[in-house]
Ligand binder design. Structure first.
Ligand code: PBG
Length: 326
């Protein structure tokens, strides 16, 4: 219909009208809070590049987890920083590895009141900071040797109580070996959230401070995806679903909204998106300067990710947003 009959502003006139026709609503249960737990500390340590985010001790982790669950957050995803690193990331699948300890403590505290996820990767555990053991010449990550390690890490994590394991290493075949390992060991009921479309992104910088996982040489471009590629996201997503993934993730989120939309249009499983450390740090930095309205920008950034098609959003603002929405 032609102007002036068609006046979209009519439905924007009052807050009540805007609320009535609002298409995308945020709900705390759709948020997952990433948490860092570090072995051998007694008090939480602030992460300089992520104001408001900390490396937790087991005790402070339990408090943060309780706070998140109490606020209504849908789930938690754990990242571990071990006391000792080596070439193959031994601590990642050790029974008393820090994430395994954390999973047991949180399960004891929280029962089944939340979803406990474990990020499944080796970059925090290897002394070279890459996501798996290196090839003999040390030039890159050995894909198939890494798969054997991932299967073992998955087992350690489900034995310690993870509801969901989330492989983030971008090795070919990782979902298949993990699915096989946990089925064979009697954990057929545990879910895999695959970091399916994970890009080699500059926006992970602050995370590598938080997780102490910066590669000591080179970068991750030989295993994570090229930011220029869209079709390849679907290739990765369908490969992971074929291999037994229960849900898929796109990462980062904000700069990849088109990928989120393509993936959510293409699959019937839940789609998650990870609003990563750099997305968080940029907005916090601009807000600290007074250059941007902090709360509005946070809500807008997460709303955009949901509008694009993500059902679940992993965000460092999960608890704060959940409290804000109440
Ligand atoms: C790898 C992993 C990374 C992130 C989550 N899992 C970093 C990387 O690939 O280097 C990044 C999360 C963020 O930036 O917030 N284990």
């Amino acid at each position: 219909m032609a102007f002036p009959t068609n006046r979209p502003r009519r439905l924007r006139r009052t807050a009540a009208l805007r609320r009535l026709v609002e298409q995308t609503r945020l709900h705390p249960a759709d948020f997952v809070l990433p948490l860092f737990v570090k072995e051998g500390i007694n008090e939480a340590i602030d992460v300089a590049s992520m104001p408001g985010v900390q490396q937790h001790s087991l005790d402070s982790l339990r408090k943060a987890a309780h706070g998140a669950v109490h606020a209504g957050v849908g789930g938690l995803i754990l990242f571990g920083i071990p006391g000792h690193k080596d070439a193959i990331g031994t601590q990642a699948d050790s029974d008393d590895g820090i994430v395994q300890q954390a999973l047991r403590a949180l399960r004891a505290d929280l029962g089944d009141s939340t979803v406990l996820m474990a990020d499944l990767c080796l970059c925090e555990y290897t002394d070279h900071g890459h996501c798996g053991p290196l090839t003999a010449d040390g030039s890159t990550v050995d894909n198939d040797v890494t798969l054997v390690r991932y299967a073992s890490v998955a087992l350690a994590q489900v034995e310690a109580g993870a509801d969901v394991v989330a492989p983030s290493g971008m090795m070919d075949g990782q979902v298949a070996v993990i699915r096989d390992a946990i089925e064979t060991a009697g954990y057929a009921d545990r879910a895999i959230l695959a970091y399916a479309a994970k890009y080699a992104s500059a926006f992970y910088g602050p995370f590598r401070d938080a997780a102490e996982s910066k590669p000591s040489f080179g970068d991750r471009r030989a295993y994570q995806m090229n930011p220029a590629n869209g079709d390849e996201a679907l290739l990765e997503v369908f490969a992971d679903l074929d291999q037994g993934a229960d849900a898929v993730m796109v990462k980062p989120a904000g700069p990849y909204l088109d990928v989120i939309t393509r993936v959510s249009d293409a699959v019937d499983v839940p789609v998650a998106a990870y609003q990563v450390s750099g997305e968080y740090a940029m907005l916090e930095a601009a807000a600290a300067q007074g250059w941007i309205e902090r709360e509005r920008a946070i809500v807008e950034s997460v709303t955009a990710i949901k509008r694009a098609g993500a059902q679940t959003v992993l965000t460092y603002w999960a608890t704060e947003l959940a409290l804000l929405l109440r």
